[in-house]
Design a protein around this ligand. Structure first.
Ligand code: RNT
Ligand code: ZN
Length: 410
């Protein structure tokens, strides 16, 4: 990095060394499901409901060995502190039914994470399964269905607690359900009251150690096939999480397309100590495209930094594109998250806040625009160098080579 670059940032009161240290400390939870189109290891079948991927790019990881090989490849290009985000369907060893998935089925993952100094997060998998009756799980009118998934989630608490304890890094268990209705509901309240009761049974079903883990709930606005009603709406979970003192998870793809998700962060921090995120990129809807370094992503990173939220947040990524090289998809999205955070950390928020509070809105506008052309790209290259990682261009070249040597042979 040129000396001049350092000087430019010093003139705004920014210390690049501190920024790079803070960035390297910020933990990002990388979702393993980009590597296999959310299929998991239970069977070789297709997704059967609740979630969808599109694309047929060759080379999908089909088992633990292939997935961890791809993960290792991807990790070697992703700078900073990392965790891996798992789903119940990534159980290993002898496959058991979902309501039986427990700590035993995740021992191999713990060993994998330990060897690499990674943390782990967990998600019960409440989709692609015959016990989803009519698309409903925890809010189903059938007690048998609800009980099945309640058991699955209680076991999930035990798995997550094991992750936290074994790896010495707090672990997050996030609950997302696809429950909803295609057409105008006859009853909106019933399913929501049942969901509330199911969640209470889960939280009271096992006294987990709050020092090593947290639980979050993830809302959604709609899904394909459930266009008219989503039981787990934003209002439902905001109130649920706040009253039960658990975390809310904001998935940036789960709001109306014109809603500004970044704007929600400061409101949430007024009332919650901690927040959880699935950073995603919706295109027209919750399409789970790979993160681009666009304004939406930058706004989220800016708010996290401005609200002093980096060490009060579980930052997880959530996208799955089956139409491109999956290892590259994972790396490009993760690097973009890191780039957005870097740019946010390189911003002189104190100067901007001061201008706003002294009613100098022209200064705010001028500064915001002036900052856009600062040489942050050189700082990014420096970060990669300090992290012992190759440039963006080299990264793609190498992954292409991996595609030829490994992925295309599958
Ligand atoms: C689906 C939710 C959910 C999933 C993952 C696989 O709309 O975003 O978080 O994407 O759990
Ligand atoms: Zn999500």
């Amino acid at each position: 990095m040129r000396k001049e670059v350092k000087q430019v940032y010093v003139s705004y009161g920014i210390d690049i060394n501190k920024v790079l240290k803070d960035l390297a400390k910020t933990r990002i939870s990388l979702h393993c499901w980009q590597l296999d189109d959310v299929k998991g290891f239970e069977s070789n079948g297709d997704l059967t409901g609740g979630i969808q991927t599109t694309g047929n790019y060759p080379g999908r990881a089909r088992n633990f060995k292939e997935l961890t090989a791809d993960l290792d490849k991807a990790l070697s290009y992703i700078p900073g502190s990392k965790k891996i985000n798992l789903h119940a369907i990534y159980q290993t060893g002898k496959i058991v039914s979902r309501d039986e998935v427990g700590p035993e089925q995740f021992k191999e993952w713990v060993a994998y994470a330990k060897q690499r100094g990674l943390g782990l997060d967990y998600n019960p998998t409440i989709f692609s399964h015959e016990m989803l009756k009519d698309g409903m799980s925890l809010s189903s009118p059938d007690k048998e269905v609800r009980d099945y998934w309640i058991k699955h989630c209680i076991n999930g608490l035990k798995i997550t607690e094991m992750f936290g304890k074994e790896l010495g890094q707090k672990s997050l268990m996030n609950i997302w359900i696809p429950d909803g209705l295609k057409d105008s509901p006859a009853d909106r309240l019933g399913p929501r009251l049942r969901l509330k009761d199911s969640l209470d049974q889960i939280l009271n079903g096992y006294k987990y150690d709050k020092k090593v883990m947290d639980v979050s709930v993830e809302s959604k606005v709609f899904g394909i096939g459930v266009e008219s009603y989503t039981t787990g709406s934003n209002e439902f979970y905001l109130n649920y999480a706040s009253s039960r003192k658990i975390c809310c998870l904001l998935d940036t793809g789960h709001f109306h397309p014109t809603e500004n998700v970044a704007d929600k962060i400061s409101s949430m921090f007024c009332f919650y100590d901690k927040l959880a995120f699935h950073v995603s990129r919706p295109v027209r809807w919750d399409s789970d495209h790979v993160l681009k370094l666009n304004d939406d992503l930058q706004d989220v990173a800016d708010e996290l930094v401005k609200c002093n939220g980096l060490n009060r947040s579980y930052i997880g990524l959530d996208y799955f594109d089956a139409s491109i090289n999956r290892v590259a998809a994972m790396v490009i999205g993760a690097r973009n998250m890191e780039k957005a955070l870097l740019k946010a950390l390189l911003t002189p928020w104190d100067l901007l806040k001061k201008a706003q509070d002294s009613h100098d809105h022209t200064r705010v506008l001028a500064l915001q625009e002036e900052l856009k052309t600062l040489p942050w790209g050189e700082v990014w290259d420096e970060y990669l160098k300090r992290q012992g990682m190759v440039s963006d261009a080299k990264m793609y070249e190498e992954i292409k080579e991996y595609e030829e040597k490994v992925l295309l042979k599958r």
